[in-house]
Ligand binder design. Sequence first.
Ligand SMILES: O=C[C@H](O)COP(=O)(O)O
Length: 256
Amino acid sequence: MFRKPIFAANWKMNKGPSETEDFARSFLSKVQNRTFPCDIVIAPPFVSLSKAAEILGNVSSIALAAQNCSQFDSGAYTGEISAMMLKEFFVHYVILGHSERRAIYGETDEVINAKVRKARELNMKPIFCIGETLEEREAGKLEKVLRTQVSAGLQGLSERDLLDTVIAYEPVWAIGTGVTASAAQAQEAHAFVRSLVAEQFGADSAAKIRIQYGGSVKPSNAAELMACPDIDGALIGGASLEPQSFLDIIEKGAPA
Ligand SMILES: O=C[C@H](O)COP(=O)(O)O
């Protein structure tokens, strides 16, 4: 089953509008007039989406993502941004359930599920993140944690909604640490996540859904990780902050 790889840059709380402009112009100069055998997504902070959209909004090979959205439509939710607002900035993807949102901001599986459903209601594509901590892995709870996150986070989605969702498997212990999961560890977890999707939505949907790997992906390890049969691209933090580094990951992970 062919699944188009997807490489997404999650800048986290880095790059205001002026740094976003520098990145966007530099990245654009490297990719314009080229075609790629993968989807390329960039997720700047909310305040930089407008600048990113101004420069990259019409570039067909690049899509923009937000790093979060509210589960609500509008109203008295100080500090929140709705999915409808994001659509005005040519934002097509939204990262939801990132481990930093879960751990630092206390987002539960239920809240994340509400956000995933809201994003789909507004025809945005969720990048739905899951992954275990080191303690959970060492305690033999990897499968239990992933089962709960997948089952609760994707609950209530139709098959169409599921296939417009990307799952990002990110072992928490590999995020920003420089410690990458080995290709064998990553493949094993991805295959397990795909089997969970098969249980919940059927084998056909499981074969079609894209599952990205995230956690210290770099140009030096992208090719080995992306060669795994159940890994369909990457969600990249630190190594996506520099245009050439992000492009190198894409070129090594999805050679033309
Ligand atoms: O969303 C991206 C992940 O948290 C990975 O971050 P990292 O590439 O800096 O380890």
